[in-house]
Design a protein around this ligand. Structure first.
Ligand code: FEO
Length: 161
């Protein structure tokens, strides 16, 4: 028996990277994973119907997010780009493989699949994303509202310096 209420995640500023677009995308990924936890029902038929509906949305969103990060990493000439991109590609492959296992009955439940997504996303944000966050922070500048953030202008200035 799972305890999905304990699996729900609340956004915290400790996850923030200072790039609003990336923070917003990470928030949306967390929202999607929470939504999946709320649809863990137990009855396989209900979960399969839900998974079919949500997985396309999730994969599409993950791809948009990865593509955004990869554009930023390329723009700022981040040295860890190749390794980071490889992790993104492997994750997409794992999602597709896991969905396949789930739909062919090899995977036990939507709960385990959602746990897999949550664990991967959080360990990735905490380790790999943090690597380029640190790199990007060096490019940030103080804006009119007093907050330290990164805009396209900061990136352009940094790469042309
Ligand atoms: Fe936020 Fe590298 O994924």
């Amino acid at each position: 028996m799972n305890n999905k209420e304990n699996d729900l995640v609340t956004w915290s500023d400790t996850f923030s990277c200072g790039i609003k677009l990336i923070d917003d995308q990470h928030k949306e990924l967390i929202r999607l994973v929470n939504e999946m936890f709320m649809h863990v029902t137990g009855p396989k038929k209900n979960e399969l119907d839900y998974l079919t509906e949500v997985i396309e949305k999730l994969v599409k969103y993950v791809k948009i997010h990865f593509s955004t990060e990869e554009k930023i990493m390329r723009a700022v000439k981040y040295e860890g780009f190749i390794e980071h991109k490889k992790a993104h590609d492997n994750f997409i492959f794992s999602i597709i493989e896991t969905v396949d296992e789930f739909t062919t009955g090899k995977r036990k439940s939507l709960y385990f699949f959602t746990r897999f997504l949550k664990d991967w996303i959080f360990s990735h944000i905490a380790v790999m994303d943090r690597g380029y966050f640190r790199y990007c922070r060096k490019l940030a500048s103080r804006k009119e509202d007093g907050r330290l953030s990164i805009t396209n202008k900061d990136i352009k200035q940094a790469v042309s310096a």
